[in-house]
Design a protein around this ligand. Structure first.
Ligand code: MG
Length: 434
C-alpha cells in the first residue's frame, strides 16, 4: 500500500521494490549485489558495441550479473553488439534478453545459427536495430556505451522514446551536445554521466547552488606517457599507447587517454552536461586517479569526489541514482595510498588537449569535426599508417581547414562528422609511413 506521494514516486521508479530486496539481501556477498543494480531500474538496455569495446560494456554487464532473482521477475536486458558474436552469445545465455541487435544482416544470420535450439531473443541488425533496442518499450533506462560517433543515433532514439540515459558515450555530447541537451530537457529525460570525471562532478554539484560554482576541475591520470621525455614521443608504439596505468578500457579511449584527447573531449562533454563555459573548465593531472574530479565554488571551497579507480563505481551510481548501493567498490584507504600529486598538463607533450580546447572555443560544428578526425586518426594509428604524434597534428590540420558552421539539426552534425572524416582520410593518405 502506498502511503504518500513521495512513496508513490519511489514506487513508480521501482526503487521501493528493489530497496526492499536490498534490505533483505544486505548480507549477501558483494558479487551478488551487483545483480540488484539492474533491478533498481527494473530493466536496462545496454546499447554497447562489443566490437568497439566501449568501456561501459564489459563492466556494465558485470554490474548486472543476476545473482539474486529469488521469487522476483527476471531481469529484462536488451543488448547490442557489433561483430563479437561469441561474447554476445554468452551474454544472451546469462541475461536472457528479449531483444538484441548486431551490426548487420550477415551477423544476425550467423547469430541465429549459433543460438540454434536456445530460446531465441528477437534479433535485429544495423542502425535501425540499435535504435529499436534503445527505444525498447519495456525499458526505462538506456546505458549508452557504443564507442564513438556510432552511439549518437541510438542515444537520440532513446531520448525521443523518453528513456533516461546513463551516458558512457562522450562523443554524443561532443558532437551534438546542444541538440541532445535540448531534446532531453523537452522530453523530461535525465542524462546521468557514467564517465568517472563527470560522475564525480555530478556528485560534487549535488546539494549545492550551481550559481555559486566558480570552475570545474577535471582530473586526468596523465596516461602512460606522463613521464616520457618529449623527444621520445615520435617513437611511441601501439602497444605502449594501449598500456593505461590505472583504468581498464577499450582501445579507442585508451589511445585517447594516452594523447590526452580524451580529456579534451571530456572538457567539451562537461561543458554541455553542466551548462558551463569551457573557459571555466580546467584540467589537472593527477596520476593516482583517486580524486575523480572537483568543483570550486565562489568562496574558494573545493569539493572533490574520491574513490578507488574502478568503473563499477560511476556505473552503479548512474544506474541506482539517486540511491547509493552498498559495497560496490573497495574501501578507499587514503593512508595506504599515501601521497596524491597534482600537476599542470604539459601542452607540448599533449597538444591534443589544446586542439580540443580550441575546437570547443570555436563551437558550432568544430567539436564534431574534432571528434570525427580524431576517430579516423586513431584508427590509422592502430593500423600502423601514422605515428602517435601525428594524431594531434592531423586533427589540428583538419580543424584549421574547417569553416565552422552552426549546428541546428542532427543532419548538420552528421555533415560535419562526414566532412571531418573525409578530410582526415585525405591528410592521412599524404602522410602514410609505409
Ligand atoms: Mg573519463
Amino acid at each position: 500500500m502506498l502511503k504518500n506521494y513521495k512513496e508513490l514516486k519511489v514506487w513508480q521508479k521501482s526503487y521501493k521494490f528493489c530497496l526492499e530486496i536490498y534490505r533483505i539481501t544486505a548480507k549477501f556477498p558483494k558479487e551478488e549485489k551487483y545483480g540488484l543494480i539492474s533491478q533498481i531500474r527494473e530493466s536496462i538496455v545496454s546499447i554497447s558495441a562489443n566490437i568497439a569495446e566501449g568501456y561501459g560494456r564489459k563492466q556494465t554487464l558485470e554490474s548486472l550479473t543476476p545473482g539474486i532473482l529469488g521469487p522476483f521477475s527476471p531481469i529484462r536486458v536488451a543488448l547490442t553488439a557489433g561483430r563479437n558474436l561469441s561474447l554476445l552469445k554468452k551474454q544472451i545465455n546469462k541475461f536472457k534478453p528479449e531483444v538484441v541487435s548486431v551490426i548487420d544482416d550477415e551477423h544476425a544470420g550467423k547469430l541465429r545459427e549459433m543460438l540454434g535450439h536456445l530460446a531465441v531473443p528477437k534479433i535485429l541488425s544495423g542502425e535501425g536495430g540499435y535504435r529499436e533496442v534503445a527505444s525498447w518499450e519495456k525499458t526505462d533506462m538506456v546505458v549508452s556505451a557504443i564507442s564513438g560517433a556510432a552511439g549518437l543515433s541510438p542515444t537520440i532514439a532513446a531520448i525521443d522514446a523518453g528513456k533516461d540515459i546513463a551516458l558512457a558515450n562522450k562523443e554524443t555530447m561532443v558532437m551534438a551536445g546542444k541538440l541532445v541537451i535540448a531534446r532531453a530537457a523537452s522530453r523530461g529525460v535525465n542524462i546521468i554521466p557514467v564517465d568517472s570525471e563527470h560522475s564525480a562532478i555530478f556528485q560534487c554539484l549535488k546539494g549545492h547552488n550551481k550559481k555559486e560554482v566558480k570552475r570545474l576541475i577535471l582530473t586526468a591520470s596523465g596516461g602512460p606517457f606522463l613521464n616520457l621525455p618529449l623527444e621520445r614521443f615520435a617513437y611511441i608504439k601501439l602497444e605502449d599507447a594501449l598500456r593505461h596505468p590505472n583504468w581498464e578500457m577499450g582501445r579507442k579511449i585508451t589511445i585517447d587517454s594516452a594523447s590526452m584527447m580524451n580529456k579534451g573531449l571530456e572538457v567539451i562533454e562537461a561543458g554541455w552536461l553542466f551548462d558551463m563555459d569551457v573557459g571555466r573548465i580546467d584540467v589537472c593531472v593527477h596520476p593516482q586517479s583517486i580524486v575523480h574530479s572537483m568543483v570550486e565554488y565562489v568562496d574558494g571551497s573545493v569539493i572533490a569526489q574520491m574513490g578507488v579507480p574502478d568503473m563499477r563505481g560511476p556505473i552503479s551510481y548512474a544506474l541506482s541514482y539517486p540511491e547509493r548501493l552498498q559495497g560496490v567498490v573497495d574501501t578507499l584507504d587514503l593512508c595506504s595510498v599515501g601521497a596524491l600529486e597534482f600537476i599542470n598538463p604539459d601542452y607540448a607533450k599533449f597538444p591534443a588537449l589544446e586542439v580540443a580546447y580550441t575546437a570547443a572555443g570555436k563551437g558550432g560544428s568544430a567539436p564534431a569535426v574534432l571528434n570525427a578526425s580524431n576517430e579516423v586518426a586513431v584508427e590509422a594509428f592502430i593500423e600502423g599508417k601514422i605515428r602517435f604524434v601525428d594524431i594531434a597534428l592531423i586533427v589540428n590540420e583538419v580543424l584549421d581547414s574547417h569553416l565552422t558552421k552552426e549546428i541546428g539539426s542532427i543532419k548538420d552534425v552528421l555533415e560535419a562528422d562526414g566532412w571531418g572524416r573525409i578530410k582526415a582520410g585525405e591528410i592521412i593518405e599524404k602522410r602514410k609511413v609505409s
